[in-house]
Design a binder for this molecule. Structure first.
Ligand SMILES: C[S@@+](CC[C@H](N)C(=O)[O-])C[C@H]1O[C@@H](n2cnc3c(N)ncnc32)[C@H](O)[C@@H]1O
Length: 249
């Protein structure tokens, strides 16, 4: 999605985007931020901050806070939401163009490396690593392709209970919106909008190739409910997830 498409989403953000900071989401980033020592002497940045839900928490924890987004509307709204926090600086910039060197102790990027171009993703990860100080920490949240496929499997099994197999295969693929996914690239295409989803093996590979060390990958778990799927949810089954990534420069 481009800047204009994100500008449009800024208007109805809560309705359109499932946030790992709202509701009963189990998000490892909260504990990871708590664990960081000497936070009051450290600087943090969030790239692709959207409305900057993390603003209040980061402002309280860290010495200075930088946040940015390439969408003009998101930046305007993020500034309004966080205007009372004096150590926060919010600007408009594109993560594929940032040129910071050894500037931040911690960098966060939450569901913002969604661009369909692998070159743009590789560049963004390189820019994040360059912007970190030596031994700096990076926290990413990335949409999970495995979670999508797992949900598809649940849809198929459910339909198989009361339909012939060839029918269940067809109906569940329709509910899954199979035609909108490119499973090879991890892309979901809806009209002109394409969003990237990540396989765990792909994240490990990308992070290693970018030069990150001590890479840890966990799940951000989402509660079942109407936000998760237009079709069905499965409250008795394991939850859906995004990938949480912790890595060091
Ligand atoms: C799903 S929202 C997440 C916002 C926020 N991190 C959160 O979790 O609430 C994705 C955000 O990334 C921003 N974004 C996408 N591509 C970007 C890029 N190349 N540079 C900067 N921001 C970008 C979008 O404008 C949008 O605000």
């Amino acid at each position: 999605m481009n800047e204009k498409q994100w500008d449009r989403l800024a208007e109805n953000y809560h309705d359109e985007v499932i946030s790992p900071f709202l509701g009963d989401v189990e998000n490892p980033i909260q504990d990871e931020l708590k664990k960081i020592k000497n936070k009051k002497s450290k600087s943090v940045a969030e790239f692709g901050c959207g409305l900057f839900y993390l603003g209040k928490k980061l402002s309280g924890y860290f010495k200075d806070v930088h946040a940015s987004d390439f969408s003009k509307k998101m930046v305007e709204k993020a500034k309004k939401r966080n205007k009372q926090y004096k150590n926060i600086n919010i600007i408009r910039e594109d993560i594929t163009n940032i040129l910071y060197k050894n500037r931040f102790d911690i960098i966060i990027s939450v569901n913002s490396l969604l661009m369909p171009s692998l070159n743009d993703i590789k560049l963004s990860l390189k820019n994040i690593r360059d912007a970190l100080k030596k031994d700096g920490l990076c926290f990413l949240i990335l949409p999970s392709m495995e979670s999508i496929l797992y949900h598809g499997m649940l849809l198929y099994h459910k339909d198989l209970k009361n339909k012939k197999e060839h029918i269940a295969k067809r109906t569940s693929k329709i509910k899954f919106e199979n035609k909108k996914y490119d499973h090879f690239l991890g892309h979901y295409k809806d009209g002109s909008e394409i969003q990237k989803f990540y396989y765990k093996h792909e994240i490990t590979y990308l992070m290693k190739k970018t030069g990150f060390k001590n890479i840890e990958i966990k799940k951000v778990l989402y509660p079942w409910g109407k936000d998760i799927s237009d079709h069905e949810d499965f409250p008795k089954e394991d939850k859906l997830w995004d990938w949480f990534v912790k890595a060091e420069k």
